[in-house]
Design a protein around this ligand. Structure first.
Ligand SMILES: [Zn+2]
Length: 75
């Protein structure tokens, strides 16, 4: 998985794996499980951008389990 979305919101997907790749780090934010470009969880303090344009600073605080997948990240 090597796609990512640049600052202009354009997906750069050089190897064609695309944001529909099911692998990788998928943080739960606001009860929804999002997609990211990370294959493994990044270090705490990393600002993560999800496929649906959320930016979120990773931390190791306890999380509630996800209630659903983020629909915006799935499209
Ligand atoms: Zn999302």
């Amino acid at each position: 998985m090597s796609w990512y979305r640049d600052l202009h919101g354009t997906i750069d997907d050089p190897d064609g794996t695309g944001p529909v790749d099911d692998d990788g780090y998928r943080p739960t934010i606001g009860g929804l499980r999002h997609r990211t470009r990370y294959a493994v969880p990044p270090p705490d303090g990393t600002v993560v951008r999800t496929a649906c344009e959320l930016t979120w600073k990773k931390n190791s605080a306890p999380k509630s389990p996800p209630v659903a997948d983020c629909e915006a990240c799935e499209t």
